[in-house]
Ligand binder design. Structure first.
Ligand code: ADP
Length: 398
């Protein structure tokens, strides 16, 4: 090997060694940058942009628990940049997440605009020093879940009484087999309990259907039809209670809805008005159209409802007068069904009542315009559209 070749080899080795050293140095610099970034309390690039686009409340906390960055909705829960979180529980959760324990999620009660909210809180470390805390308001889900639990508990409780009575009465009939008068008396009570059980079951089913599905058979419904049907269905109850039903108000209004669901709601109001009225009094049922709203009111001169109970009577199984409700075979579900049925149709139910004077329940529903009859047609023709269509066809042929 001559000198020139040796020089070339040395140069090559030098270049290789130099390049390797340079690479090691660059890698070391990069690793150092990464370590600095990871251990820093600077919010990493892009995190603020993500927070700015978030609909949920979310914050980044540093090790001393100061909020370094926050999404806009976080302000409603009292989180502010540069301040500590409004709840120590959030801090505890963030610390747990930073040290990697399993308790990095919890359901907390936090104030929002002066109101306590149920919030699901999750904390995740985003660097070795910073923790991202994301909150989700689950108040509504909690409320629905609580209602479902209460409904199941109340339903079982309500069913237990008549079911128990039915088996006791059956045993009583068996032991009184030799005494026809007693057997008849027990059989009458057995029938009453069985009827109560039947009503309760039907109402529970109505209510759960209303809470789970939309009314199915939607069509234009003549409010007069609902009124006439409810009066006819409750004529016997009114007769035996010595209560007169009086019909009043406007005619010809329409609403859009499920006639069966609406009919049940009107029927429940009329049944209550009769049940809670004294003998010799009258119950009114009437319709009024105010702007684009149809108001169907059922009023009575009965016992009335105390102001404190007026909100609560629409709750499931709530009875303002326990004893009377049981005596009249009440289930405590009638008004809950009315409320849900009306709300499902985009309406509301209002109550006016005074103890000892009576009550007025008003169902308010959006007014529907039934498909208008062509102009110039007589009232008779509008009553019989098929005939009119036939006549029109004949006319056009002629
Ligand atoms: P119930 O089957 O017990 O009548 P509802 O849900 O229909 O159940 O009514 C709830 C409670 O509201 C009743 O127990 C009763 O105390 C009260 N209530 C309902 N309607 C009337 C009314 N027209 N007059 C007085 N109290 C009423």
């Amino acid at each position: 090997m001559d000198t020139a070749q040796l020089a070339l080899l040395a140069l090559l080795i030098g270049v290789i060694l130099g390049g390797s050293v340079a690479l090691v140095v660059i890698a070391a610099y990069r690793a150092r940058d990464r370590a600095i970034e990871h251990g820093s309390t600077e919010v990493p690039d892009g995190v603020r942009d993500v927070l700015a686009g978030m609909d949920d409340p979310a914050v980044v906390l540093n090790p001393s628990g100061t909020v370094l960055a926050a999404s806009i909705p976080a302000a409603a829960y009292g989180f502010a940049e540069g301040a500590v979180p409004p709840s120590d529980d959030v801090l505890l959760l963030a610390n747990a997440a930073r040290v990697g324990t399993a308790t990095d999620a919890a359901t907390l009660r936090l104030p929002r605009a002066g109101e306590e909210r149920v919030v699901s809180v999750r904390a995740r470390p985003i660097t070795s020093r910073l923790v991202l805390v994301v909150l989700r308001d689950v108040t509504e889900q909690e409320r629905v879940e609580q209602m479902r639990r209460d409904f199941v508990a109340n339903t079982s409780h309500e069913l237990k009484t008549p079911v128990g009575a039915v088996s006791l009465l059956a045993e009583a009939i068996d032991s009184a087999a030799d005494d026809p008068a007693q057997v008849r008396a027990f059989a009458k009570r057995l029938l009453a309990e069985a009827t109560r059980l039947g009503t309760l079951t039907t109402r529970i089913m109505s209510l759960s259907r209303l809470q789970s599905e939309q009314p199915a058979a939607m069509r234009d419904v003549a409010v007069d039809e609902l009124v006439v049907a409810a009066i006819a269905a409750h004529a016997t109850q009114a007769d035996s209670a010595g209560v007169e039903i009086r019909r009043g108000g406007e005619r010809g209004a329409y609403v859009h809805g499920d006639p069966q669901v609406l009919g049940e709601a009107v029927g429940n109001l009329l049944a209550n008005a009769i049940a809670y009225s004294p003998r010799g009094s009258h119950v009114g049922i009437g319709v009024r159209v105010v702007d684009r709203v149809v108001e169907l009111a059922v009023s009575d001169q009965g016992v009335g409802i105390a102001e404190a109970d007026q909100e609560r009577v629409f709750e499931r199984f709530y009875r303002a007068d326990q004893a009377r409700s049981r005596r009249t075979g009440g289930t405590g579900l009638g008004l809950a069904i009315v409320k849900h049925a009306v709300q499902r149709h985009g309406g509301e139910v209002r109550l006016w009542s005074r103890l000892g004077q009576g009550s007025t329940f008003t169902i308010r529903l959006p007014r529907a315009e039934p498909r208008a009859a062509p102009r110039g047609r007589s009232k008779k023709a509008r009553k019989n559209p098929k005939k009119t269509a036939d006549t029109a066809r004949k006319d056009s042929v002629a």
